[in-house]
Design a protein around this ligand. Structure first.
Ligand code: PMP
Length: 356
């Protein structure tokens, strides 16, 4: 007799993270290249003295700080072990066997994997020819079996962002019993004024008596805490309460909670880093365009090179030049914007690639 795991899991590819190679420059995971702030490291050091105790299961203090920052009641904030875990918890909170989850494709790699792990059905909807989420097609893909729609804004990996009008039109078209998850992992890098702040958009949506919109954010990107795993969801009270039920007890650890609070206290400094990164993003994109690449305008901390069949070759070329990018073979390469020196190394590699 062997243990019987679920047969439907046999064919799930599993999440494939960006690679790290010793000595190489890693621009593969949309991390912040600069190290953590000294004030955050100090706070973690102090909290380390109490790791014999379980963390605060409700992350009370962190939730209080987030609620104050976002001007929402504490009952509308739920935290998670990274926003990827919140993605899974939101699927668990809405879907049972064979329910459907709609999302644009290509988008965040984890969506289809998590949907299938929960036992629901992924319904990917192709992007437009300009690498944007096709909200019209996504609305049309909703069926009576659809329980959840992921809208990644800005979209990982293409960097494109949806504007207020298109989002409002989409939200008006989605039935009330389908939850829309606006995944704003990269919100802090958005500069286009037409791209709405999801939390403000959600408040307006809720004020119309509609409670089917939630917003996901993370401390992994702009706040530089990818290694600690903490994200949050801003949701109507009922959805937030359900999220707390599906929450794996103690999954946001005490060091993560402390570091997130310390990062909020140092927010000005972290947001100044984001502005510097946006300057680099503009430079990197400009130089790539000048070198003949197609590069959609990005509102994230990365750029997308839709290289199609040449993606694998480009990936190898970058590796040979000591730069690790994220290749989606047959589709394109996503390159994180790093420090000016890291970006220069990547740009030198990109310029020496024969585009043909
Ligand atoms: N959403 C998107 C769009 C992402 O790109 C990522 C990370 N790559 C996540 C969610 C998950 O981030 P984390 O779990 O680190 O908060």
């Amino acid at each position: 007799m062997t243990v019987r795991t679920r047969a439907d899991l046999d064919h799930i590819p599993g999440y494939v993270p960006g690679r790290s190679l010793p000595g190489a420059i890693k621009l593969a995971s949309n991390e912040v290249s600069a190290g953590p702030l000294p004030s955050v490291v100090e706070a973690i050091g102090k909290a380390a003295g109490e790791i014999n105790r379980y963390p605060d299961n409700g992350a009370t203090e962190l939730v209080r700080h987030l609620a104050a920052k976002l001007a929402v009641p504490e009952s509308q904030v739920a935290v998670g072990c990274g926003s990827v875990t919140l993605c899974q918890e939101l699927i668990q909170a809405t879907c049972t066997d064979r329910d459907e989850v709609v999302f644009g494709w290509r988008s965040f790699e984890a969506y289809p994997v998590l949907v299938r792990v929960v036992g629901a059905q992924p319904r990917p909807v192709p992007l437009t020819g300009t690498h944007e989420l096709d909200l019209t097609a996504m609305a049309a893909a909703i069926t009576p079996a659809t329980r959840l729609v992921f809208v990644c804004n800005p979209n990982n990996p293409t960097g494109t962002a949806l504007r207020r009008q298109e989002l409002e039109r989409f939200l008006a078209a989605v039935p009330d019993d389908v939850l829309v998850v606006l995944d704003e992992a990269y919100r802090e890098y958005v500069v286009d004024p037409d791209v709405p702040d999801g939390v403000e958009l959600a408040k307006e949506h809720w004020a119309r008596g509609r409670d089917n919109l939630v917003v996901l954010r993370t401390f992994s990107k702009a706040y530089g805490l990818a290694g600690l795993r903490v994200g949050y969801c801003v949701a109507p009270e009922g959805v937030a309460a359900t999220l707390r039920k599906v929450y794996v007890p103690f999954s946001v650890n005490s060091l993560a909670q402390t570091a997130a609070i310390a990062s909020l206290a140092a927010e000005d400094e972290l947001l100044a880093r984001c502005r510097d990164l946006v300057g680099e993003r503009t430079r990197v994109r400009g130089e790539l365009l000048a070198a003949g690449y197609e590069v959609p305008r990005s509102e994230g901390n990365f750029v997308w090179l839709p290289l199609g069949e040449r993606t694998a070759e480009f990936n190898e070329h970058c590796l040979n030049h000591g730069v690790v990018v994220r290749a989606f073979v047959g589709d394109g390469a996503r390159v994180t914007v790093g420090t000016p020196e890291e970006n220069d190394a990547f740009l030198a590699a990109a310029r020496s690639f024969e585009l043909g």
